[in-house]
Each structure stands twice: as C-alpha cells, then as structure tokens.
Design a protein around this ligand. Structure first.
Ligand code: URP
Ligand code: ZN
Ligand code: ZN
Length: 478
C-alpha cells in the first residue's frame, strides 16, 4: 500500500475593502471603493453603485478624507553598498522597513560587479544580501564596473532573467569608471538585448584634476565637493552619453540629474524624439550648495554625486518634471552615518563617502510639491509610482491600482502635519538631511500585496515578506 501526503493548500489571504477614499493614479482621480483579494486589486467601484454594494470583504479600511494611492516605486537605492572603504548604513532589512514607513512598496537596488569578477558573482552577492530580509518587494539593476568580452556576454542572460538595466559611471576613475569605448560596447549590447543603459553622467577624469588642485590649495571642506563637480561637467557627460547612445542605437536613462545645463541636454535629445530619459531626486529639489557649506563639517551630510547645486537650479528641475523632460523621481538612497562614516573625510572632502539618506521621505516630499503647487496629484503618482514601474518593466503589476495589479496600496492622509527628524525617522542613519522640515501629508497605512506592513502608523510587516521581482524590459520602448 502506498500513501501520499495531501498537497498543502495555501490559506487564502483575508480580503480587504478600502472605502470612502479618493483613489489617485497617474491617469485618474476618482472616489471609489477598492476591493483586494488574494493580494491583488480585485475591483474598484463608485460608492453607492450596485458594483460597490456587491463588494464584501473580511476587513474594511475606512479611508474617508484620505487618498488611496499605489505604493511608491523607488527605482534607485543602494542598500549595503560599498563606497569609499565603508558600506551604506541601511541594509536590506532596515532600508526596506524605512521604505515601507514612507509608502514605498518596491525598490530597485543596484547589484555591483566587482572589477575583474563576473556579473553573476555580483548579482548572487546582492541576492544573498536581500533574500529573506526585505519588508517590501525588490528588484535589481546591475552596475557594470568592468566592461569586457565576458561581462558583455553575460548581460544578455541577465536581461533574460529579469535584471534588465545596467548602470555605468563616467565618474569615479579607478573605481566604477567606464571609458567611452566600454560605454559604447555596453550600449551596443543593450541595443541588441533590450536592456536599458543607466548613466552616472559626470566627467570624472576632469573632476579628479579639479579635486587634486583644490586639495593642493588647501580647499578641503565639504563645500568644495560641490565646487569641483561642476554643472558643466555634468552637462558635458550627459551630452556625450546621449551621443554614444545615438551611435549605438540604444535607449538611455540618466540618473540623479541635478544641473540645469544637464536638463537642457536631455530636453534637446527628447526634442529629437530620442529614447532618452532622466530622473532627479528630492535632495536636488529641496537642498542646495548652502547645505554643503554648513559649518563644523556639517556639509558632509549632503555630499553626494552628482552634487547639490545652487538653489537657482531647482526651478529648472521642477519645470522639467512638469514638462516631462525628466520623468522619474528616485531617491538614490545611499546613507552614511555622520559619525564614523562621513567623518572619514575630515580634512579631505574627496574621502567623504558619497550618498544621502532619503528612501523614507520621497512620497511625502513629492506630496509637499503638490501642496506647494509644483505638481498635480496625478503627476505626483506618475513620477513616484507609474513611470518608474514602466521604466523598469514592472507595470501594471506595480505602480497603479487596476484590477489584477499587486495590492500595493497606501492610504495617505493629505492633511496630517509632520516634522522630519533623525529622532523619528526609521532609516538606519544618525542624521536627517531634512531635520526640522515641516510637511503636510503623511502615510497612514501601507499594504504590500494585500498585507498591512504599516497599519495606522504602526509597523506590522516582517523581514522576509518582501519578494524578489524579476523585471521586464523598459515599457517606453515597445
Ligand atoms: O553619491 C551618490 N550618488 N552615491 C551613490 C552612488 C551613485 O553614484 O549613485
Ligand atoms: Zn551615480
Ligand atoms: Zn546611486
């Protein structure tokens, strides 16, 4: 006699009905009840209609007076990232928990190829860092630090398995830097395999000359980080990246754009109908070289690359976000503690680890832009949720609220007041780049695939809930 054990049946997830809220997506704003079944959006219906009356669920969330929006998609984070002899202070556990607190339910982080090693080895390392530790879903881009015959070949396989974007650096010679020939080769590869080239566009060779001259002249304070990394050298590299992409016939996504002159290059390319895209980050919209000049080495908190710019660049960035010359706002979350990490660069700004915290505040800072009149509500959702999902091959699973989409949902209170501070944030970093900043609007409840990870301002998630999400190719190229 043989016996076979019964196949375990996965218990159905309790269904949820979110009632009374204003549902906002990139395309619509409508008062609707939202039904969630088995981790997905099952339906939307106007309250009081027969369709809404027919909705029934195990639990009801009252969102009267609140917004109901898709979970944020942050397409640019660096958890547990090696830089300048140290590692970013958020790992996948602390960083994705902070993301959840801030209403971001998907991150796309950067796996790193070590020089002389295979892409596969770097990707495996990043899977091991993230596996079982995340509170929200995650995917990977791949940083190419060593473009050669074998890494070029490996790119095709990565695209097939869902790592569909590759970042290269025109900056940081001797570390992540690729020369123009390497960039052209990698772009030719993405032109053929459907991948997206992401570019850190700063002329690192020229910048290193200016760094050397500044240090030799005794200009060692953090503010000189901003002075040597000139806007023109961002614009030059952006221009060069665009021309190389044209020659290769490949799409291009320029990361962390901060200079008005770089935006002009992107706008010109888009005016020629080229598949060229750009992101900026909240730090470039709200902070400036004034922060880099804060006394007592305080400017080190704001050292990142591309650098913060004089405040007059901000108007060009806001305008580009409205006109679609920039399409995405990501955080480039790459935190280093002030004590013990940023202070590696006391007396030499070039030794300050580059990067800033931000994964927790992107949705709120962009909502503040709605309050301040820079953006409409739908554009807020487009920049923070829908377009990054499309850009990185995740839509409509992520980035919207439509039947069949993952139920990554944020109930957002647009009237709540909050003050940002290191004393209350959840990122693993000992300072806030926005200490004391007052904002209107706050995340109240966050569902990730239908499960509450933040429930009325209490963390109810768990490390390991977040799943790896293989990605399709950029959906602006189809
Ligand atoms: O300063 C930054 N942006 N650090 C993270 C690495 C990068 O270039 O994105
Ligand atoms: Zn970069
Ligand atoms: Zn980055």
């Amino acid at each position: 006699m043989t016996s076979s054990s019964p196949t375990p049946v996965k218990p159905a997830q309790p269904s949820t009905l979110i009632t009374g809220g204003l549902v906002i997506t990139a395309s619509d704003e409508l008062h609707a009840d939202l039904l969630i079944e088995n981790g997905r959006v099952a339906g939307l219906a106007a309250p009081g209609t027969a369709a809404a009356e027919a909705f029934s669920a195990d639990r009801v969330l009252d969102a009267t007076g609140k917004y109901v929006i898709p979970g944020g998609v942050d397409g640019h984070t660096h958890m547990d990232f090696p830089f300048g002899g140290t590692f970013s202070s958020d790992d996948f556990e602390t960083g994705t928990r902070a993301a959840a607190w801030g209403g971001t339910t998907t991150i796309v982080d950067f796996a790193v190829q070590t020089r002389g090693r295979a892409l596969r080895e770097g990707l495996d390392t990043w899977h091991a860092k993230a596996d079982g530790r995340c509170s929200v879903d995650y995917g990977f881009h791949m940083i190419l630090s060593d473009v050669n015959e074998s890494s070029l070949k490996e790119m095709d396989g990565l695209v097939e398995e869902g790592v569909t974007s590759f970042k290269m650096f025109m900056a940081y010679p001797g570390v992540f830097y690729s020369d123009d020939g390497q960039i052209l080769r990698a772009m030719q590869r993405t032109a053929a395999n459907g991948g997206l080239t992401m570019m850190h566009a700063e002329n690192g060779i020229a910048i290193d000359v200016l760094v050397e001259q500044a240090l030799a002249a005794g200009r060692t304070d953090p503010r000189h980080h901003g002075e040597v990394r000139k806007a023109l050298l961002e614009a030059e590299a952006t221009h060069r990246a665009i021309q190389l992409a044209r020659v290769a016939g490949s799409p291009l996504y320029v990361v962390h754009v901060s200079a008005r002159e770089a935006v002009e290059q992107l706008a010109a390319a888009r005016g020629m109908d080229l598949p060229v895209f750009g992101e900026t980050c909240p730090q470039y919209l709200y902070l400036s070289t004034d922060n880099l000049a804060e006394p007592d080495f305080g400017g080190a908190k704001y050292v990142c690359s591309t650098p913060l710019r004089p405040a007059e660049h901000q108007a060009a960035l806001w305008r580009a976000l409205r006109t679609d010359d920039l399409q995405v706002v990501s955080t480039d979350h790459c935190p280093f503690c002030f004590t013990g990490q940023k202070d590696l660069g006391r007396g030499d700004f070039s030794k300050i680890p580059n990067g800033m915290p931000g994964v927790e505040h992107r949705m709120d800072l962009l909502h503040q832009a709605v309050v301040d009149g820079h953006l409409t509500r739908r554009r807020w959702i487009e920049l923070a949720c829908a377009t990054p999902a499309r850009m990185f091959g995740l839509y409509p699973k992520k980035g919207t609220l439509a039947p069949g989409a993952d139920a990554d949902v944020v109930v957002y209170d647009p009237h709540a007041e909050q003050t940002l501070s290191a004393a209350t944030h959840h990122m693993n970093v000992d300072y806030s780049a926005y200490e004391g900043k007052r904002l209107t609007g706050r995340v109240e409840t966050v569902l990730s695939r239908g499960e509450a990870v933040i429930d009325r301002r209490t963390y109810t998630g768990r490390a390991g809930h977040g799943q790896y999400v293989p990605r399709g190719i950029c959906q602006f190229l189809n």
